[in-house]
Design a protein around this ligand. Structure first.
Ligand code: SF4
Ligand code: SF4
Length: 503
């Protein structure tokens, strides 16, 4: 990518991050009727927390309030999920309804029935309850069931509802005794709540084993990078290690942990900087957080290739399929260089379109982000509309014909990461003067076609698979080395001949 589009992209991100957001808006009668269907009037309470008294024609129905006014927390999309909550004077939650969200998993992925079943779990909970997803049996907490594949969304929604209920209950003394003061009056009883453990801390405790395993795997990857020159000289060991690592990435990181990073994470991060950045939200998916932290460091040191070549589950799955196809004797099809170079641009266009759409609405961005088959494969495990499953399977199958087709031409996450690659510090991929002049041996082996005909590696595109480094050190496959080896062998033969004739 030339520098001008890079500047345009960074400028757009700057605009995006600097845009001020205001989430809160007063509750309307229509919104109150979502949770109190017979509501006829909504009156703002005059107290410490923005809440509303709701009445029907004949009686007080209770209190209603929105989480955006009381406890807006950035969710997976980087924007809060706004819900309206109905609370009775008896201190019980009567209903919860989502008013607005931009969560990708709710746009396409989960059914309304899944979400309703989740939300209905709040009904009947008390103002003093500390509700937590997955906290079943934990002392002092009321556990509710989360939704597989929507961990952050459900945890943030629960935190928002819980915090809002606590704020309103404390401000207005709910549940109210038979002679309570009027709402907002100073003699309303004060609700004392014990100190809460942050929601993310639960997740880190629950995922401790996964975190330890992934941390060890990241340390191993660092060791591979530090000893890459030695490893690639031991071809059999290196290839076994690499295939083992890719299998781990697909099955443990991808399938077991569902920790596939997504371009939505990048967009959400920039949006949350502009409108309510929250470490709590970032920390709610511990393995994803750990991987992003590693990516942030490794991309500055070595470029995007370390993630794309080793840690991305979908990338690893494609790589393994292409290796298997090669093993079975299938050579695959290489797209002619001129077409290949133009196809590269598609992923950057997709990324730019995603950034543009997300400025308007993350919902539309989430729809376009379905170009990523990640959610289908690693979060929903193909259990969704057939069209998405066919698309994902098609891309995987395509990798047998053209290695990592999706990565090379379509992946907006890879495109996003490649922008930062140009600032990388280390350049540990070795080249010889003869590379490209005229030797094309490595270039032919690079499945990503990330080596120019002139011999230079295109850092933005390289997946750091180290295959060119295997060739670089191979005295049989690297032509300049093979030539040296032959000369050396001839000299040794001659020397042996002289010694033999002397004796
Ligand atoms: S290009 Fe996309 S799918 Fe491919 S390895 Fe990188 S992030 Fe994963
Ligand atoms: S073969 Fe070399 S240039 Fe090509 S992706 Fe692998 S490390 Fe990068």
């Amino acid at each position: 990518m030339p520098d001008r589009p890079l500047l345009a992209f960074l400028w757009t991100l700057l605009l995006l991050t600097s845009s001020a957001h205001s989430w809160a808006a007063e509750l309307t009668l229509e919104q109150a009727q979502r949770v109190f269907p017979s509501a006829e009037t909504v009156t703002p309470l005059n107290g410490k927390a923005p809440a509303y008294s709701v009445r029907s024609a004949r009686k007080n129905l209770g209190y209603a309030f929105t989480t955006n006014e009381l406890a807006p927390i950035s969710a997976y999309s980087g924007k809060p999920i706004n819900t309206v909550v109905a609370l009775g004077e008896d201190g019980l939650i009567k209903a919860v309804e989502i008013l607005h969200h931009e969560e990708p998993i709710l746009v396409l992925g989960l059914s309304d029935a899944d979400m309703k079943a989740f939300i209905d779990q709040f009904v009947g909970k008390k103002t003093t309850d500390r509700i937590r997803v997955g906290a079943h049996g934990r002392e002092g907490y009321i556990g509710i069931d989360g939704i597989s594949g929507a961990t952050i969304t459900t945890m943030v929604l629960t935190s928002s509802v819980n915090k809002s209920v606590h704020r309103v209950a404390q401000a207005y003394g709910i549940p109210r005794s038979s002679t309570p003061a009027m709402p907002g009056m100073s003699d309303a009883p004060t609700l004392i709540l014990a100190e809460e453990i942050p929601a993310w801390q639960f997740m880190w405790e629950n995922r401790a084993v996964e975190l330890i395993v992934v941390s060890l795997a990241l340390l191993l990857l660092l060791a591979i990078l530090f000893f890459q020159d030695w490893l690639v000289e031991h071809t059999v060991l290196f290839h076994r290690l690499r295939v083992g690592y890719l299998l781990f990435t697909v099955f443990f990181i991808g399938y077991y942990c569902s920790a596939q990073l997504s371009v939505i994470n990048l967009l959400a991060f920039f949006h949350s900087i502009g409108g309510g950045f929250s470490w709590d939200t970032l920390l709610m998916a511990p393995v994803v957080f750990l991987l992003w932290a590693f990516v942030a460091i490794s991309i500055i040191l070595w470029g995007r290739g370390v993630y794309c070549g080793w840690l991305c589950p979908f990338g690893a799955a494609q790589d393994l399929i292409s290796k298997l196809a090669n093993r079975l004797g299938f050579e695959g099809y290489r797209i002619p260089p001129r077409v290949h170079e133009r196809l590269w641009a598609i992923k950057y266009f997709i990324l730019i379109a995603l950034v543009g759409l997300s400025l308007d609405s993350m919902v539309n961005a989430a729809k376009l982000a379905e170009v990523e088959p990640f959610k289908t494969v690693f979060i929903l495990h193909f259990m969704r509309e057939p069209i998405f499953a066919i698309y994902a399977l098609g891309l995987l199958a395509l990798s047998a014909v053209n290695s990592k087709f999706y990565c090379k031409y379509l992946c907006p996450l890879g495109a996003g990461l490649s922008f930062v690659t140009r600032f990388r510090i280390f350049d540990w991929l070795r080249r010889r003067n003869q590379c490209g002049k005229p030797c094309q041996s490595c270039a032919h082996q690079c499945q990503i076609a990330a080596i120019k005909p002139t011999g230079e590696i295109i850092d933005n595109e390289c997946h750091y698979c180290l295959e060119c480094q295997v060739t670089y050190w191979d005295q049989h496959r690297c032509p300049p080395l093979a030539e040296k080896r032959k000369k050396r062998e001839n000299r040794e033969k001659k020397a042996r001949g002289v010694i033999a004739s002397d004796s």
